[in-house]
Design a binder for this molecule. Structure first.
Ligand code: PM9
Length: 460
């Protein structure tokens, strides 16, 4: 029979493989019990398909590995730093670049420079480390994302958009002098990898410019965001992802970057700014917390891998295959009636634990319980993105109770095959069919900061 369609495939072939281990149900029960029902506390050897995160888990290309051999490990003035600086200028357009060991290193430095006690930082939904650094600097984060972002079933194509009325009301209430910047995530991780549109970002730019307020981009997944703009936004279809990335950055004043995602490396990040005064201050602080301003806690070879990864990350065929794999997994589950966040995001499929496990109240950590149940079924490791991740209010100490109670199955870039995606989908389906048997959890250990990383639980 003649094929009725023409398939597309990844724009790469595999040169090196890493073996993974299948475990027995008994081994997995032992492992998750020892890990306190927290997938962050599992040993990776006990994991079959690791969808904990897309952060630092990417497969580098031969071109990136070749670059690693060209690492200039001088303490000061490494040629790889200058290559990274030139690459950031070329693809993102910012004037000044400070390398950091990863994204939160950049968040730390920028928060210390721009935020003073009592300040207010509006943003299109919180991110865990970003908000914590804002709070540690004395600021308070305010969510100004559109309401649709908090509804897992809403099909809005740009659920990362800022609600301009909410932002304007905040500016009126606190005054621009108490708002050091607006924090823009592209894409928005905690909403399910949802993009912001160019039209919305331009409007945010116009509004903040009227009040003299900066915009800081979290550019961690900006190429994925640009891909969604190319695919969904009227008038953008003819543009390259690289071109759209550059425009997104041009609408902002600075950028914190975890290069461990889009930029296809295992470690690295940077802070990029246009303002010379902020740059000068960042250059002062980076030597205190990260390392000299020409390495920021990274080896020369790491900076080279980041520079090359940035260049690869904005290629249209790369990003189509990357997001395409996420869509493949998500659509499969959706077709089977499994409740997931829609539209499917850029870096993973997010299960809606509220609809998956309606019998477990949020106080019993349904998404945490579901993450453990999937691991027990197949050795597939995901991550909770609900009440545990949201943590506590910094003033009242009460638990934040986010409307989104999700399990994230994040897909590392260029690591797994379509067959792995089938195994994942089938495991989630098997768990869905047995969902009535899943019980909630009780938290038995709670760390002070970013509790989701190290908290421990027991089944109720
Ligand atoms: N994101 C993720 O798995 C890493 C661990 S969870 C805290 O999604 C954004 C949007 C991120 C992010 C990390 C960081 C911090 C900043 N912004 O992990 O410090 O998704 O490189 O970046 C994780 P680093």
């Amino acid at each position: 029979m003649k094929p009725t369609r023409r398939s597309w495939a990844e724009p790469f072939k595999i040169k090196v493989v890493e073996h993974v281990r299948l475990t027995t149900p008994e081994q997995r029960l032992r492992a998750i019990t020892q890990a306190g029902y927290n997938t962050f506390l599992l040993r990776s050897e006990d994991v079959y398909i690791d969808l904990l995160t897309d952060s630092g888990t990417n497969a580098m290309s031969d071109w990136q590995w070749a670059g690693m051999m060209l690492g200039d490990e001088a303490y000061a003035g490494s040629r790889n730093f200058y290559h990274l600086e030139e690459t950031v200028r070329r693809f993102y357009g910012y004037r000044y670049v400070i390398p950091t060991h990863q994204g939160r290193g950049a968040e730390h430095i920028l928060s210390k420079i721009l935020i003073k006690p009592g300040d207010v930082i509006p943003g299109n939904m919180y991110f865990t480390t970003t908000r914590l650094h804002q709070e540690l600097a004395g600021g308070t984060f305010h969510d100004v994302i559109i309401d649709e972002a908090h509804d897992p079933e809403n099909e809005h194509p740009f659920k990362g958009n800022v609600d301009l009325d909410k932002l304007e009301a905040l500016i009126r209430r606190y005054g621009p002098e108490r708002i050091p910047y607006v924090s823009i995530g592209a894409t928005v991780n905690m909403a399910g990898g949802q993009p912001i549109s160019l039209e919305n970002l331009r409007a945010v730019r116009a509004l903040t410019a009227r009040h003299g307020i900066r915009i800081v981009l979290d550019g961690t997944r900006v190429a994925e965001n640009a891909y969604f703009i190319q695919q969904r936004e009227p008038g953008q279809a003819g543009r390259s992802v690289a071109d759209i990335v550059k425009e997104i950055c041009s609408l902002t004043d600075a950028c914190t970057m975890s290069a461990k995602k889009d930029a296809l490396v295992n470690i690295g990040g940077f802070l990029a700014v246009n303002d010379e005064t902020i740059y000068e201050e960042a250059r002062n602080l980076v030597v205190v917390y990260e390392g000299l301003h020409t390495y920021g806690g990274l080896a020369g070879r790491d900076m080279e891998a980041v520079a090359r990864g940035i260049e690869e990350s904005v290629q249209d065929d790369h990003i189509r295959a990357r997001v395409g794999q996420v869509l493949y997994l998500g659509n499969k589950m959706r077709d089977w009636g499994i409740p997931i966040v829609v539209p499917i995001g850029g870096h993973g499929v997010f299960l809606d634990a509220r609809r998956f496990l309606p019998h477990i109240p949020q106080e019993h950590y349904p998404a945490q319980a579901l993450t453990a149940a999937i691991y027990l079924d197949s050795g597939v490791r995901g991550m909770e993105r609900g009440i545990v991740s949201a943590g506590r209010d910094k003033d009242t100490g009460q638990e934040h109770k986010p409307r989104l109670e999700l399990v994230r199955l994040a897909i590392p870039r260029r690591v797994y095959t379509q067959a792995h995606m089938d195994v994942v989908a089938e495991s989630v389906l098997a768990v869905y069919e047995q969902r009535d048997k899943i019980r909630g959890l009780r938290m038995v250990y709670e760390p002070r900061y970013l509790r989701f990383f190290q908290a421990r639980f027991e089944p109720l």
